[in-house]
Design a protein around this ligand. Structure first.
Ligand code: HEM
Length: 222
């Protein structure tokens, strides 16, 4: 099957992806210092940096929602059950037997069904949970000087638990994501695609042409 270089990840998409990765790494790093897991910046600075990165992430999310809606790219993330079993079988068994990928990547369908489901869950559950609990935490602690009457110290405890659970879920996602990045056509092909925008994919025009030619020749035989 012939292959060609296809421009699959646009400029803004790559910028958003890497900015989000950096910010989430940084938020996790400063967040777990605030949690008391280790000491690096010192508590006060860790909180200060965590807040700055949090505002940057919120700004990025606003632009990204706008981009996804105006370009129609949000459709890539609408989950589907089609081929989900084939994709799971591939990750559990096929991948270790060098089986071919069960779904083909194209510009209009960049994500396999498991990616669609996972990213959809991140976008509508985990990231909103992290941002909302983070904002509640922030506004209870700082401008209000612990004076938002609707949030008492017990609810702050819940907020802290929700915020930490969301952080752990994000870290589990990142670890899995880092492994899955290496499972493309080659170990580095997915990473290169997110850096350059280009990925070597099946030449759809040629594939279509081949099918048409085959159909024609069978018609001629008839
Ligand atoms: C817009 C997003 C976010 C906001 C507004 C936010 C805000 C906050 C605030 C205000 C605190 C408490 C600081 C203090 O105790 O003085 C906190 C703690 C924390 N944050 Fe975030 N954060 C956000 C995103 C994240 C992300 C993405 C992660 C990790 C991936 C994270 C991990 C943590 C952790 C682990 C803690 C310590 C929780 C605890 O022990 O109670 N945060 N965050």
């Amino acid at each position: 099957m012939s292959k060609k270089q296809v421009y699959i990840y646009k400029g803004f998409e790559r910028f958003w992806h890497w900015m989000q990765a950096i910010l989430i790494f940084f938020l996790a790093f400063t967040g777990f210092e605030i949690h008391g897991t280790y000491s690096f910046f010192g508590y006060r600075d860790a909180v200060r940096y965590h807040n700055v990165a949090a505002y940057m992430l919120i700004g990025l999310i606003v632009f990204t929602i706008f981009w996804h809606l105006t370009t129609g790219e949000y459709k890539q993330y609408l989950p589907t059950l089609k081929n989900i079993k084939a994709q799971l079988d591939y990750y559990i068994f096929g991948i270790f037997r060098n089986a071919p990928h069960p779904t083909k990547k194209t510009v209009l369908s960049k994500l396999n069904p498991l990616q669609k489901l996972t990213y959809f869950g991140l976008k509508i559950l985990v990231i909103p949970l992290s941002v909302t609990s983070g904002l509640l935490y922030m506004f209870y602690r700082y401008p209000s000087k612990q004076g938002v009457s609707a949030i008492n110290i017990q609810s702050l405890e819940f907020i802290a638990i929700f915020h930490t659970v969301a952080a752990i879920l994000l870290i589990v996602f990142i670890v899995t994501h880092l492994y899955l990045i290496t499972t493309g056509e080659t170990v580095t092909s997915n990473l290169k695609a997110m850096l350059t925008g280009y990925e070597e994919l099946e030449d759809e025009d040629k594939a279509e042409k081949n099918v048409n030619e085959k159909n024609l020749s069978t018609q001629n035989l008839d």
